[in-house]
Ligand binder design. Structure first.
Ligand SMILES: Nc1ncnc2c1ncn2[C@@H]1O[C@H](COP(=O)(O)OP(=O)(O)OP(=O)(O)O)[C@@H](O)[C@H]1O
Length: 256
């Protein structure tokens, strides 16, 4: 069976499961972030207010340089904001020292990146086990189940270089879910994938959201907005528009 077909079937099967209570809400007030100083200072976030309800799937759109990745990074505690208030999954990030942000990242959020960021010398299964060891969360015996849920039971002992782009992204999704995060943050998760492979990854992201987890996805691809409960557009470091979708589409109906 083709990988994309397998992934779609896995997602459909998972869709039949009981849904957990929603989690992973986000609240930002007056958030700013400036890179550099003096004449070269660049305000990447310029007073961002944003409310995301627990369990929402959010798509963030906007031109290159508008602050999308910076927004994702401050919500995920990858870097601190300069000013403003940030609360994620009930945890207040404002003014927290770096060690608290590390703990927050380990316990509350998972990350998926455009170019997968898998450890090349570790197999799919070992990439997941390494995340569990690093964070002290999850049980190593759960790694095969996580890979099975993304349709990769038969690729567990393959190294990243032996996997297609779509398969690598599914490993990276399984790795992100290994710590059972409240909120999954995905930066251009389909940016390096073709349409069929990209939609199979979107189906998995949608499924993880339907199980109650918050998902925030940054993309250049406006078609992906159809999936979202909430569509946020950024411009010049500010939230330009926030739009709610009355009836989010299924991932397999999206194309680009
Ligand atoms: N580490 C950094 N040092 C200096 N400037 C940065 C840094 N990270 C981002 N910037 C600048 O901040 C602004 C916002 O960047 P950001 O990556 O958040 O935008 P983006 O909307 O995600 O862009 P893209 O769609 O191209 O990925 C840009 O002008 C960028 O050049």
């Amino acid at each position: 069976m083709a990988d994309t077909e397998a992934a779609a079937k896995t997602a459909a099967a998972a869709g039949a499961q009981t849904h957990a209570p929603p989690r992973g809400g986000v609240r930002l007030r007056g958030v700013t972030k400036t890179y550099g100083s003096g004449e070269t200072a660049l305000r990447a976030l310029d007073g961002v207010d944003l409310d995301i309800e627990p369990g929402e799937l959010v798509v963030v759109l906007g031109p290159s340089g508008s602050g999308k990745t910076t927004l994702l990074n401050v919500i995920g505690g990858i870097e601190p904001a300069d000013t403003g208030e940030i609360s994620v999954a009930g945890t207040e990030l404002t003014g927290r020292p770096p060690k608290d942000l590390v703990a927050f990242r380990r316990e509350r959020v998972g990350f998926v990146f455009q170019f997968f960021n898998l450890v090349p010398t570790l197999t799919a299964r070992e990439n997941i086990e390494a995340m569990m060891e690093l964070t002290g969360r999850g049980d190593r015996s759960g790694a095969p189940g996580l890979l099975g849920a993304v349709g990769l039971s038969d690729r567990m002992d393959h190294f990243p270089a032996q996997l297609s782009g779509g398969q690598q992204q599914r490993v990276s999704l399984a790795r992100a879910l290994a710590t059972d995060p409240d909120l999954l943050l995905a930066d251009e998760p389909t940016g390096a994938l073709d349409v069929a492979t990209g939609t199979s990854v979107l189906a998995l992201l949608q499924e993880t959201n339907r199980q109650g987890r918050g998902v925030l996805m940054v993309t250049h691809n406006a078609s992906v907005a159809a999936l979202a409960h909430l569509v946020v557009t950024m411009r010049d470091g500010r939230v330009e528009t926030v739009r709610r979708n009355a009836a989010p589409a299924d991932a397999d109906t999206v194309s680009w």
